[in-house]
Structure formats: C-alpha cells, structure tokens
Write a protein that binds this ligand. Structure first.
Ligand SMILES: *Cc1c(COP(=O)(O)O)cnc(C)c1O
Length: 361
C-alpha cells in the first residue's frame, strides 16, 4: 500500500528527551517553555521577527480575521482547502470568489479589482501547494483600495522570495503544522505578521483576550497549543532541511518519469524557492484522471483529488458560483504520493501505471 502522504516522525529518543523534560516540570500547556522555545527556533529558522504558535491552521485564520476586525466581503480563492473559506464564514464575513490563474493555480490578481465593492475589506489568498501568489500585484491592489491582506500559507513552510520568507507578505500570514503537512507538530498552526502591534493583539486573542493578569483587552479564544505538540515541533524542526531535500529528489524522479505525461504542472513563482510540499499533475482531461486514479486505487496506491471540488460551487452554506478555470482545473488535478519515506522504486511503479493508462486511452 502506498498512501498519498505519511507523516514524518523524528527518532523516538529525540522526542522522548523533550517529553522527559515535561514530566520534570509538570508544565503542560499555556505557553510553557517548549512552546516558547519552538517560537524562538522557528523565528530563527525562518528568519522572521514575529510569530505565534497556535492550536491549528484554521484557528490561525479565524484569529487573523478577528484581529484585523474584518467585516463585509472578503475576496478569496475557490481553489483551496475548505478552511480558507469556512474561516471567513465563521467570522461572519462574506467570501467573494475570484477565479484562479490556470498556470499558477493561485487567485488571479488580474481579476481581483473587478470583484471589489464598497463592502470589500480584505483579500484572503492561498499560496497553493506552497507556490507564492502574485504578492506584489496583490499588495498594490490592496494599497490602492485600502484592503487588508491575509495569506493562507498552510502549504508554504520554508518558501522564500528573493531571500525573504513568504510568511512576511500580507498583513498576516497563517500556516498549518498539521500532521499531513511538510513540517508538523501533530496539530498546530502559526500566525506571522510584521506588525508588533498585531502580534500583541493576536497573543491576547490566543489567550481568551486576557491582556494582563486581571484585565481583558478584547474578545479572545483559546488558541494555545500544548507542550507535547511543541515537543514534536521542536524535534521535527531539526529534520526539515533533510525532509525538503528528500522530497526534492523524489519530485525530480517524478519529473523525469512524467516527462511525456498528458498533462502539465503548475508554473512556480519565478523568484521563489520550492518546498516540494505536494506533487500535483493537471491531466489533459477528467476522463484520463479518473482512469489513472482508478488504476492506482486498484494497485493500492492512493492519490488525492486536491482540491476538488471547487469551494465556490460545493459548499452547502453558500450560494454556488461556477468559475470557469477553477471548475476546469479542479476536475483535472491529482496529487500523487509524496512523503519522506517514499522510495524511487515506488515512484517508478506509480509513474509506469500512469503512462500505461494514458497510452491505452
Ligand atoms: C491544512 C490547511 C488548512 C487548515 O489547517 P489545520 O491545521 O488542519 O487547521 C488551511 N488551509 C489550507 C490551504 C490547508 O492546506
């Protein structure tokens, strides 16, 4: 059996050392020493100044919307994980979907302005598969129309544009450290902002809105994460570079084998580094994708239609809109297995099945 993903786990003794320290201190959560250490180590690893470690990537999005006091309409992408949209609705705002660019699969910056109304307060875009959005165009539009920008950078851990962390774009960026992500702490999330004021506000929101021991500064929630999760984050951080290197080698093997695939690959931001978080293939048509997927399933190889269906046309709590490019891409994109323990032989097996199916179709 080949799953679509498999979490990386550090050597047990590395994790145990952290856990033993928790047993000694009996400090289990509420921004304990390991959570603080993780924040420090992440800032240094990512080369950024301000960062908060929170419960998960979804609460990070909700806290970002809350901290920016967004109301009304938020322009967003229909090609993302459901949490990108549900967070907007959860915070009582209205998602307004803008179609994606067929090459990058990110929100099409050229189509954003047409969607702005007097009720628009922000843009919430996802760096899909870790591939940065057109951040400069989005920044210009936001400045011109006085909008806030949030990036759902759940896929983009470690990605840089010209030596600057992708997390430093927008008013706030969020990340997910869920077990299925490239770098994880079992469950976990990050909030990043260049603004110390926003980070202070978010830190209060994370802790029920408590600003000092006896006073409240705003409406808050419980967005804290535990020492056990931080321990996994600390242990895994030492292996991130190794994980990315391995994924790079595996992705290159896929590239070589799929040189003649009947489909294409997302075009990466030309100034950005890659983190090899996913291996998506956009097949020529849905029929081919379905045949490939069926044959892979039959061989106990699990791929994932990520993201399918379009969020704009499938959520029961929203009016459905069909955006042509998103509808088309969502039907044709398949993420192939990619994880640290995957082998070159397995990639050869997977790609041989794909090529055999396409040549018989
Ligand atoms: C995983 C993911 C999230 C949600 O993160 P959780 O940590 O699972 O809550 C949000 N957005 C995107 C694009 C994701 O891939």
């Amino acid at each position: 059996m080949i799953p679509v993903t498999k979490p990386f786990l550090p050597p047990e003794d590395v994790y145990k050392k952290y856990i033993e320290s928790i047993w000694k201190r009996k400090w289990l959560t509420n921004m304990g020493p390991l959570a603080s250490q993780l924040e420090m180590n992440l800032k240094s690893f990512l080369d950024i100044n301000h960062l908060l470690y929170v419960t998960n990537g979804t609460i990070a999005l909700q806290m970002a919307i809350k901290a920016l006091e967004l109301k009304g309409e938020i322009i967003t992408t229909p090609f993302s994980f459901v949490a990108t949209t549900s967070s907007i609705v959860w915070e009582s705002c209205q998602p307004v979907f803008v179609d994606i660019d067929a090459k990058s699969l990110n929100i099409d910056a050229n189509k954003i302005e047409a969607a702005i109304t007097k009720n628009t307060t922000a843009i919430l875009a996802t760096h899909v598969y870790g591939n940065p959005c057109d951040v400069l165009s989005i920044e210009k539009i936001a400045e011109k129309h006085n909008l806030k920008v949030i990036y759902d950078a759940a896929h983009a851990f470690g990605v840089k544009i010209e030596d600057k962390s992708i997390f430093e774009y927008g008013d706030i960026s969020t990340c997910s450290l869920h077990a299925t992500k490239l770098y994880h702490s079992v469950e976990g999330g990050l909030l990043i902002s260049k603004s110390p004021d926003l980070i202070r506000k978010l830190a209060h929101i994370r802790n029920f809105g408590i600003s000092d021991f006896d006073s409240f500064s705003e409406l808050g929630i419980n967005g804290k994460n535990s020492e056990f999760h931080a321990a996994m984050g600390l242990a895994n951080l030492d292996y991130v570079s190794e994980i990315i290197d391995k994924r790079k080698a595996l992705s290159q093997r896929y590239d070589e084998m799929l040189l003649n695939v009947r489909g294409y690959f997302p075009e990466w931001h030309h100034k950005a580094t890659k983190n090899f978080a996913y291996y998506p293939v956009i097949f020529d048509n849905e029929e081919l994708l379905l045949k490939v997927k069926k044959e892979l399933d039959k061989n106990q190889i699990f791929s994932r239609r990520y993201f399918y269906p379009s969020l704009a046309s499938s959520l029961p709590y929203l009016q459905k809109v069909e955006l042509a490019i998103t509808e088309d891409i969502a039907k044709r994109v398949l993420c192939l297995p990619l994880y640290y323990d995957l082998t070159f032989e397995e990639i050869e097996l997977i790609t041989r099945i794909i090529l055999r199916i396409q040549n018989n179709t």
